[in-house]
Design a protein around this ligand. Structure first.
Ligand code: SMG
Ligand code: MG
Length: 377
């Protein structure tokens, strides 16, 4: 990583947490629920050297991972932010250590680190991409397609995304909506790169059933079993030919090391928030790259803040598979940053200082339904 960002120290004077409601352009259904209006949180930190913004990828309910927004409110105000205030001047690289005594809550921790990273890189005048040593000026992206009431509807939704230019499509699956829908999408699109994501909806007893996916030429199957079932995923990896990818199971570099040691994954989905932040995400990328394990950048239906950062992350050389980073219009009619457009299946990596996007304060104000300020006492 680039050291030019490392000279100054930053004293947080204020953390502002905002909860927003953003309507999705189309409902997004997974094995754990349907989202129509997405409840999101963003954070802003103010320091003596300027301010920074962060995406908080925590969901409103504890259905994807255990963290959820109402709990995060408490964790931020009573456990994490007071530790940063008490520590005084610091760099983004210090945040994980300062917050280490608090167990878990990695998405909350990732938010605070991200806000400080934005300040720090803006103060140094360098982009996040430069800081991590990302190489490509644009990255290949994909789209994640939700479960539908009928297979025809799914085939039609996928056709729309292919029409928009997506060449890699991920289908959400669940028991009762798996082999047949995926087969129909494959038949209609013989050449697209297709993959599936089950969000922990299956059990090891389902391996023979899931093996039917093998004839559909998928890039990968993502996290069919529980977040702790590494042994189950290892058995799956032995018994099917479709490459196995882990998402929910990977919440740290240690989880990554363990999963790979057990042969529980051929591919890793790196979601920065899930692993405790962008700095941990880079470490996981480096580890996987050294072992020749392909990685790709996961998505949490982010605002433009998170999308900007994910694009830079995905420009590291080990991100050899397209990420769940779609164009803005796949998610929102209006975003809180400038929109991101896809051209030829790729989106450009932002080059401005920090994460390289400005936040539309008027629009943020309009969609904020809760705003809290945390200051040192
Ligand atoms: O495009 O950001 C996106 C969505 C990607 O499918 C996606 N994310 O398990 O990978 C996943 C899900 C988690 C979020 S569902 C609310
Ligand atoms: Mg997933």
């Amino acid at each position: 990583m680039d050291d030019t960002a490392s000279d100054l120290r930053f004293t947080p004077q204020l953390f502002e947490l905002r909860r927003l409601k953003m309507p999705l352009v189309r409902p997004f259904r997974t094995s754990f629920g349907t989202e129509t209006v997405r409840e999101m949180m963003i954070a802003r930190v103010v320091t003596e050297h300027g301010e920074g913004w962060a995406e908080c990828s925590i969901e409103s309910d504890p259905l994807y991972l255990s963290e959820f927004l109402d709990a995060a409110d408490h964790v931020f105000s009573d456990h994490l932010v007071p530790r940063l205030f008490a520590h005084g001047a610091l760099r983004a690289e210090d945040v994980a250590d300062v917050l280490e005594p608090v167990k878990g809550h990695r998405m909350a921790k990732a938010t605070l680190e991200m806000a400080l990273l934005d300040v720090q890189l803006r103060a140094a005048g360098i982009s996040f991409q430069q800081y991590i040593g990302g190489t490509s000026t644009s990255v290949e992206v994909g789209v994640s397609v939700g479960i539908t009431d009928t297979i025809d509807e799914l085939v039609s939704n996928v056709a729309g995304y292919v029409e928009d230019g997506y060449t890699r499509v991920k289908l959400k699956i669940e028991p009762g909506f798996d082999i047949e829908p995926v087969r129909r999408v494959r038949e209609a699109n013989p050449d697209i790169r297709l993959q599936v994501d089950a969000n922990t909806a299956y059990f090891v007893e389902d391996i023979d059933h899931l093996a039917q996916l093998d004839e559909l030429a998928l890039l990968l199957i993502e996290q069919p079993f529980g977040e702790d079932d590494l042994v189950g995923h290892a058995e799956l990896a032995r018994r099917i030919t479709t490459p196995v990818c882990l998402d929910e199971a990977i919440r740290s570099l240690d989880h990554t090391r363990t999963a790979l040691a057990l042969n529980a994954a051929h591919i890793i989905n790196i979601k920065p928030a899930r692993v405790g932040g962008y700095l941990a995400a880079v470490k996981i990328h480096d580890h996987c790259r050294a072992l020749g394990i392909p990685v790709w950048c996961g998505g949490m239906l982010e605002t433009g803040i998170g999308r900007a950062a994910n694009l830079a992350l995905a420009s590291l050389p080990g991100f050899t598979l397209p990420g769940d980073i779609s164009a803005t219009k796949r998610y929102w009619t209006q975003d809180i940053t400038r929109p991101f457009e896809m051209v030829d299946g790729r989106i450009e990596v932002p080059t401005g200082p920090g994460f390289g996007v400005d936040v539309d304060l008027d629009f943020v104000e309009e969609i904020t339904f809760e705003r809290r300020e945390l200051r040192p006492v």
